[in-house]
Ligand binder design. Structure first.
Ligand code: SF4
Ligand code: SF4
Ligand code: FES
Length: 837
């Protein structure tokens, strides 16, 4: 390998690396301002100039290629003098008076640290005065203070090249240059997504987040009490975020360093960066609630309210509200401070409320934990004794951790004796799981999000509005397209991705199967079948050929409304790849024929051989932050962890042993799905819900409300008194993502560790602690002391998680399963050689 000498150290390098690349690789610090990892190099600030032997002039380290035998001095007298000159010039137009006042001891940002490091005096501002520019006045999330701008243009490039948005720009030339926001200063008009990437890269704080600064002050922001690495609670991308804590409150979210390994590569979207105040919401439940009417007599609880029971409350039911016109939405609550004295909007209409109406609490009284837990245990056991285990069910949560979902499904199976446990996956990607299981015997993505940017030639996105629903992944897709990948979008809507696609297959709603079958028909007709893959890796190809034979592009044109020529073009582009990735989301899966739609898409993928290598990924884009993990953990009615069947006596025996219970106590009958539970003929009489709100999330919310009202007993563990919880007998205050440690599995199989940042409010408890307590009260001995212990048990009963432990995750934070042993580096993509069929 060639070498250069930097400050007397011999450093090897790879061709194409700059002096800065080589220095960084050898932990030699070279100051930089305009340079930033992964951004195009502009080399305009000149702070990185270094001496190179034999060169008359100083050279920009960020731009100059390293060459064999080069001798570099990064802190030569001339380099330092030049740097001081650069900093001095920048200071002429920079509001840095506090540096002079504090005698240079209090640098507030990256730029000021260099000023202090090189001992540059803060001189009076030159005649040009401080910079100005577009400052986003009135923006509730991001504003600019252009008196701090040094015109490094990192923000412009980050917006353009990482987020692929292009809101910011530099206007005018020379001394008059300044940062602008779109054509008219309005970020909305310019398409800003409030992702905060510009905030992240700005080296001076000229671009800043408004809310934390207003609530906590600049000084507090510089001196957090604690920084906890967490996982964003919003979508399936699983962005790693850092929660900055002051006085037991999350004051700000930042993101990991861009070069750290994480699914988000350091980016976030508006939700992750700004949507962190719900853990501190004034309506958080702080004590257990028991419905008025339940009275304790000795150690037994009895219902003393109306008989027969009919759950009522001083509020409108969903059905009643549905008969009224929807009122105007309340005023924007964005940026609202809890101390501004703004009135609490207590609209009775659940469709728009931003606060819990006080009437909802009136049906309850506050209770102790012992009261609440003893009532829950008594009623669940009573129903089990009187009506059998089949009368009980539980809903797990795709927002809760793997450990919590595991603990809940264990409690339901071993404590209540039923497989009636399910969660919201039923309403999003269960059709994908069914189709993938049928085709490949798998229930997760085959590949990684990052391979699409690194190695994919054609991206096929179906029924997914990724830039809106999974913005960080959406930005990655846009970067892949900018780098040359072709994009085909199949969507009834003209989404942002559709508008930039090479081909937009805008089919009529509900005609997906005809479209994918006709693409496959043309692939076969055009001789584009991947014969080797089909022969080696698939079966029943002739049946598939026969099935799609009638779906000529001309016939599909009549069904889908897409011209036959466009279908042919898309089919050829897809099949020719060479590496095509197949992505889809709920535009496919939430059809009543979702399984068939996904199956027809998978047929196309398999016939073209577009799976099993880096760049050809199959990714169902998951919705909630742990919908993958909740299913992996067996919070579904037909499988234990790793999708091992509950009807298999051998599997049952394994779990019975791990849980220390008799085999016969675990049911061999498949449990009920949530869609069956809510059916009118459902036998469910007692229900335990952890962190789900079916009265809002069910496709027919009035029907769901009827159902929960008809139950004999309902317990809800949640953060807020939700539309579902207001009908409960007992409400147990749980913990938000910021208040507990746990792991989450994202859409590309990353198991990631999230740390606790703050403690739960009031008497609220960590969800895992609630489940441990309840399991013990139900007679299921449960001795875990921490989520780490739960993970140890998960690993012992879950083959594809066998090597996972907290020790490993504390070290590396994220790993893609399968993880067969403790030394494994994880599995970025699956099925290189075979399918588990
Ligand atoms: S918030 Fe994001 S989209 Fe908006 S200007 Fe900044 S980088 Fe661009
Ligand atoms: S606002 Fe910040 S990132 Fe943008 S040019 Fe100015 S100093 Fe650089
Ligand atoms: S960092 Fe090299 S010129 Fe700015």
């Amino acid at each position: 390998m060639p070498t250069v000498s930097i400050n007397g150290t011999s450093c090897s390098f790879a061709p194409g690396q700059t002096i800065l690349d080589v220095a960084r690789a050898h932990q030699i610090d070279v100051p930089t301002l305009c340079w930033y990892p992964k951004l195009p190099t502009v080399a305009n600030c000149r702070i990185c100039l270094v001496s190179v032997a034999g060169q008359e002039k100083l050279q920009p380290a960020c731009y100059t290629p390293a060459a064999e035998g080069m001798v570099v001095e990064t802190e030569s007298d001339s380099a330092i003098e030049s740097r001081r000159g650069v900093l001095s010039l920048l200071l002429e137009r920079y509001a840095g008076e506090h540096l002079a006042a504090g005698k240079g001891r209090e640098p507030r940002n990256e730029f000021e640290e260099y000023v202090v490091r090189y001992g540059v005096p803060v001189a009076p501002h030159g005649e040009l005065g401080l910079r100005s520019g577009d400052e986003r006045p009135g923006d509730t999330m991001i504003q600019h203070d252009m008196s701090l701008c040094i015109l490094c243009t990192r923000c412009v490039r980050a917006c353009e090249d990482i987020q692929e948005v292009g809101v910011l720009d530099v206007a005018e030339r020379g001394a008059h240059s300044h940062i602008i926001v779109g054509g008219d200063g309005d970020p909305d008009h310019a398409g800003c997504t409030w992702c905060g990437e510009c905030v992240r890269v700005c080296p001076t704080g000229a671009i800043f987040e408004v809310i934390p600064k207003q609530r906590f002050g600049a000084e507090a922001l510089r001196t957090p009490d604690k920084v906890a690495r967490s996982i964003c609670p919003y979508c399936g991308v699983g962005c790693q975020i850092d929660l900055q804590v002051k006085d037991n409150e999350v004051m700000r979210v930042t993101s990991p360093w861009i070069e750290e390994y994480s699914p988000n590569q350091g980016s976030t979207c508006v939700k992750g960066r700004f949507g962190y105040d719900f853990p501190q919401h004034r309506d958080r439940l702080q004590a257990p609630l028991i419905r008025k009417g339940w009275m304790r007599n000795g150690d037994r609880w009895a219902w003393t309210g109306e008989q027969p029971r009919h759950r009522e409350g001083p509020w409108h039911t969903i059905e009643e509200l549905g008969q009224q016109r929807k009122p105007r939405p309340p005023g924007r609550s964005v940026g609202k401070s809890r101390t501004t004295g703004l009135p609490v909007i207590e609209d009775q209409d659940v469709r728009d409320r931003v606060a819990t109406p006080s009437t909802w609490y009136s049906a309850f009284r506050e209770a102790t934990w012992d009261e609440a837990m003893s009532l829950v245990a008594q009623e669940l056991l009573r129903i089990r004794t009187e009506q059998g285990s089949g009368a009980l069910a539980a809903l797990a949560s795709a927002k809760c951790s793997n450990e919590e979902n595991y603990a809940l499904m264990r409690m339901v199976r071993a404590g209540l004796g039923t497989n009636n446990v399910d969660h919201c996956t039923r309403l999003c990607h269960s059709t994908s799981v069914a189709a993938m299981n049928r085709a490949l015997h798998t229930a997760a993505a085959s590949g990684s999000m990052r391979e699409i940017e690194e190695a994919c030639d054609v991206i096929f996105v179906s029924g997914a509005n990724t830039t809106e629903t999974h913005p960080v992944f959406g930005a990655l897709l846009k970067r892949a397209v900018a780098k040359g990948a072709k994009l085909i979008v199949a969507d009834v809507r003209r989404t942002e991705l559709a508008s930039m696609a090479d081909i937009h297959l805008q089919m009529l709603p509900g005609t997906d199967v005809a479209l994918y079958n006709s693409m496959l028909n043309h692939v076969i007709a055009a001789g584009l079948v991947n014969q080797a893959f089909v022969a080696a890796r698939t079966r029943d190809f002739e049946q598939v050929r026969a099935a799609v034979q009638p779906y000529t592009p001309e016939m599909a044109e009549k069904i889908t409304g897409i011209p036959a020529g466009t279908i042919r073009h898309a089919a050829e582009m897809y099949a020719r790849g060479p590496n095509t990735s197949t992505l889809w989301a709920m535009g496919l899966t939430q059809h009543s024929t979702g399984t068939d739609i996904v199956a027809s898409l998978l047929n196309l993928m398999l016939v073209c051989g577009m799976i099993g290598r880096w760049g050809a990924a199959m990714i169902p884009i998951r919705g909630q932050n742990n919908v993958q993990g909740s299913s992996d953990m067996g919070a579904i009615p037909f499988a234990y962890t790793d999708y091992r069947s509950v009807t298999d006596p051998g599997v049952r025996g394994e779990f019975a042993k791990a849980w220390g219970v008799a085999e016969e106590s675990l049911s061999l009958e498949t449990g009920m799905m949530v869609t069956e539970m809510v059916d009118e003929s459902s036998p469910i009489r007692g229900l335990y819900i952890m962190g789900e709100n079916p009265v809002i999330s069910d496709p027919d919310i009035a029907h769901a409300e009827h159902w929960v009202r008809s139950l004999e007993f309902l317990a809800v563990q949640d953060l807020f008194l939700t539309e579902t919880a207001r009908w409960a007998d007992v409400v147990l205050p749980g913990s938000s993502f910021a208040e507990k440690q746990g792991t989450f599995a994202n859409t590309d199989r990353h198991i990631q560790l999230s740390d606790a940042a703050v403690s739960p409010p009031g008497q609220a408890r960590r969800d895992l602690d609630i489940l441990i307590d309840l399991s013990n009260r139900l007679g299921l001995e449960t001795s875990w002391q921490s989520p780490a212990e739960v993970m140890t048990e998960i690993a012992s009963v879950t083959p594809s998680w066998r090597g996972v432990s907290y020790e490993m995750l504390l070290r590396r934070r994220a790993i893609q399963y399968p993880v067969p042993d403790a030394d494994s580096e994880g599995t970025p993509f699956l099925f290189a050689d075979s399918f588990p069929t």
